[in-house]
Design a protein around this ligand. Sequence first.
Ligand code: HPA
Ligand code: ZN
Length: 319
Amino acid sequence: MPVPKAELHLHIEGTLEPELAFALAARNGVTLPYADTDALRAAYSFGDLQSFLDLYYNLMAVLRTAEDFTELADAYLERAAAQGVRHAEIFFDPQAHTARGVPIGTVIEGLGASLDRAEERYGISTRLILCFLRDESAESALATLDAAKPYLHRITGVGLDSAEVGHPPAKFREVYEEAARLGLRRVAHAGEEGPAAYVREALDVLGAERIDHGLRCMEDPELVDRLARERIPLTVCPFSNVRLRVVDTLADHPLPAMMAAGLLVTVNSDDPAYFGGYAGDNFDGIRDALGLAPEQLRELARNSFRASFLEDDEARRAR
Ligand code: HPA
Ligand code: ZN
């Protein structure tokens, strides 16, 4: 039995496996620029974050109806359950869909139909986190939050993703302030390709309660001390970091150094359909490549519930 864990850094659009992409393309009359699933998989060789994002956004063309989003989430939850995931805090990128003419309500209601049955069907509790695309404007982020207002009962928090460098967190100060006023939790990607200064800014300007990736904090010892002292969780994604060339190989991953520095780190899959595996695969990968001891793996699993937005006693029940 895989160790029970929570997944806190998972883009639902990044769980779109080639087989489902082709099935949805056929159903929706979308032509993909790949002959078959093998040809699509062969394109999964990324030089950096942007080269991945280009493919990730293009493939979303197959997602059109609420049922498509329901099937996408069902497929993720089934795979996650098999790998020991008991709780999932799921990111979605509404602007990537509204820009193609898919209404935000279609996305949220479609995902919601799957998440409503997730406990019963898959034994997974869920939360939904709405992400703003940081390479879009601050005005677009504000309009997106506004459009989400009829659906806030389904949304736990907001996040910030997409191309990091050149799009510092402070650009989104106003929309994060509004999210806080609405009672939403706040997380942000920072320190993946961007500098340690973006991690500080996410904390100080956006009020981020959790940092997604955050690896480059290791370049700033004072920041590491602060993150450790304040118990700010970092949602680390080892397979993603290798595939997007943030680190050279799994064996070079700074995860052990991060744990040794007293950081509250968790292990997650980010975009598992693209990066070679789901949450349990990431746990197995780091165990093998980094020689982590069973107690360290248990600590990472415990951290995942501690860092989650589950209430304390709910978190205890989940693991
Ligand atoms: N970084 C930034 N944006 C993203 C990622 C990521 O790893 N995955 C999906 N959108
Ligand atoms: Zn991510």
